[in-house]
Design a protein around this ligand. Structure first.
Ligand SMILES: [Zn+2]
Length: 93
């Protein structure tokens, strides 16, 4: 799995205001936070297996807990893009 460059990763966390886009808790990004529920991760809105790429618009900030929960679900289950919260004035591309 190709790694998303750090600068791109950070740009997405910043765009999403350092909050999980699913449960909205503030997330952290540091070595010490790895393994914790609020550790910042990137989630592919459209899974790679479904043809989703690593474009800016296909990646969202997710806490480790939500990302783990999503992985356990079949693709599209309750997590489709239509259900994603969008911040006021923001367009989710
Ligand atoms: Zn979450």
């Amino acid at each position: 799995m190709p790694t998303i460059p750090r600068h791109k990763r950070l740009a997405i966390y910043k765009r999403d205001k350092w909050r999980c886009r699913y449960c909205r808790i503030p997330v952290r990004y540091s070595c010490k936070a790895i393994g914790m529920d609020d550790y910042a991760t990137l989630d592919h809105r459209m899974a790679k297996a479904q043809g989703g790429g690593s474009a800016y618009g296909n990646l969202v900030t997710a806490c480790a807990k939500c990302n783990g929960a999503k992985a356990a679900l079949s693709v599209g289950d309750a997590w489709d893009s239509g259900a994603l919260p969008v911040w006021p004035g923001e367009t989710l591309v």
